[in-house]
Design a protein around this ligand. Structure first.
Ligand code: SF4
Length: 460
């Protein structure tokens, strides 16, 4: 979501006549788009901000704009620690970036934070604004903003507001326009995508249309987006296990363009900890749905997020997480040691905090299990022919080309010819490691129609 907001900020400022430069030294304006999900991002942000103090005084008219969810949360603190920042905006008014920079160029600094997105204002959806896409063949499309859940460790509801779904017609119009401009992969994004449309159904019923069923509309949306001509791959992040419905799995299984990858955040394998986190499911329910997903969707890769050391987590709770992870045998996992985010419920559970050394030790133990599963899953793919989209040359070995499979795996491969970014190719997998596959080119498929970098304005 933050990356997508950055694309919008970039696109908006370009539409306003600015151009991107390669270094801060050449810039007249520096924009920092912040994220407050992880603690070290805060630390990095304040470090960067203090380095920019000298940069700003070196030349007249230089400006700094801070946006994003940390700005939404720390609005006063940013002013206090860095009064030289010209503009502070939050998550609901990114569209005001250019105007506020203009306003403050010769005037006083401005902090403008809205508590909620302004309904009926199309600019509340990130995708509905000009943007500069960093990857030409892929487009992020926002289908929903905010979140109605109350996960105890999460700051998102406080900084992104309540859940609001974007009308389906707008989403489809954008996807069609993207497909016409050469985009072949769509990544639908939202905080809890599988509850997409529940609010739209309820609003329609409240307006008198009783033919609309009061339920999420994500499965229908997946099918429609997947049927847009020119789109070869549809991804989505992130679904919530408590809202995972059979119709979504069926739509994944029956829509050939929807990729065989499910990011399915477990967070903990202990029902006690899941309860403390307010996640709304048990480990058993999670595993049952996971088994159903694997049964219904052929060749499905499953990835997850796990938090270790949540307040109150006992050794027994942790062992349950290890057991569930081993049983789930994930293709890969993002595991984190719990860090309290100010403003969340978990941050107040101080009397239940666990010893940091214990958390680190548990994290290391869990990592062994998660890495083992990843290697098993990757080795299963040796000898298979995978479809990849070329992402460029390998960063570590320029002799190799890097692509991404439908299951979202990185595949480094040898190729006798150079392939443009966005090209589809068939690659035989010859080796596997924890984080990637290796292989050799078998066949080149569709080549990209777009230019490498493209400034796109949404038609919606
Ligand atoms: S579902 Fe939970 S973790 Fe995800 S954004 Fe909402 S509150 Fe945060």
């Amino acid at each position: 979501m933050n990356e997508h907001d950055s694309e919008r900020l970039s696109g908006l400022l370009e539409s306003d006549g600015m151009t991107n430069v390669d270094s801060v030294g050449e810039a007249d304006v520096v924009v920092i788009n912040t994220c407050c999900i992880r603690e070290n991002a805060d630390d990095k942000f304040y470090g960067t901000l203090s380095q920019l103090k000298n940069w700003k005084t070196e030349k007249d008219d230089r400006q700094i704009l801070v946006a994003g969810c940390l700005a939404q949360k720390d609005r006063d603190l940013i002013r206090e620690r860095a009064p030289y920042v010209d503009v502070v905006i939050g998550t609901h008014n990114v569209h005001r970036a250019a105007e506020l920079l203009e306003e403050t160029r010769y005037g006083r600094p401005v902090t403008e934070i809205l508590e909620e997105a302004v309904l009926d204002d199309h600019t509340m959806f990130p995708s509905a604004l000009p943007m500069r896409r960093e990857v030409s063949y892929n487009a992020w499309v926002t289908i929903q903003i905010g979140c109605d859940n109350t996960c105890a460790y999460c700051i998102v509801p406080a900084v992104r507001g309540k859940e609001i779904s974007r009308p389906g017609a707008e989403i489809l119009a954008e996807v069609e326009s993207l497909a016409r401009s050469g985009v072949t992969q769509i990544s639908l994004i939202g905080q809890n995508v599988n509850s997409y449309g529940r609010d739209l159904s309820l609003n329609a019923r409240a307006a008198g249309d009783i033919t609309v069923k009061p339920k999420p509309q994500f499965a229908e949306l997946l099918r429609k987006v997947g049927a847009v001509p020119g789109i070869s791959r549809v991804r989505f992040v992130s679904p919530h296990p408590k809202d995972m419905r059979e119709d979504t799995l069926l739509a994944m299984a029956e829509t050939p363009t929807v990729v065989e990858h499910l990011h399915y955040p477990l967070q903990s394998g202990s029902d006690t900890v899941l309860g403390l986190m307010h996640r709304g499911y048990t480990a058993e329910r999670y595993l049952t749905r996971l088994a159903q997903a694997r049964e219904m969707i052929d060749d499905l890769a499953v990835t997850t997020d796990v938090i270790v050391g949540f307040p109150g987590e006992t050794e027994e709770d942790f062992l349950r997480t290890v057991e569930v992870c081993a049983e789930a045998c994930f293709d890969s996992a993002f595991s984190f040691i719990f860090s309290p985010r100010p403003g969340t419920q978990a941050a107040q559970m101080t009397d239940m905090f666990i010893d940091p050394a214990v958390a680190v030790e548990r994290y290391e133990r869990l990592k062994v299990v998660l890495d083992h599963s990843a290697v098993i899953k990757h080795r299963e793919r040796i000898g298979r022919i995978e479809e990849v989209v070329v992402e460029g040359m390998s960063k570590k070995n320029p002799e190799l080309t890097t692509g991404r499979t439908r299951q979202n795996k990185i595949l480094h491969f040898t190729s006798p010819q150079s392939l443009r970014v966005g090209t589809y190719a068939k690659v035989e997998v010859t080796d596997a490691a924890r984080f990637h596959l290796s292989g050799r080119l078998v066949e080149v498929g569709d080549t990209p129609k777009h230019k490498l970098r493209l400034a796109v304005s949404s038609s919606s």
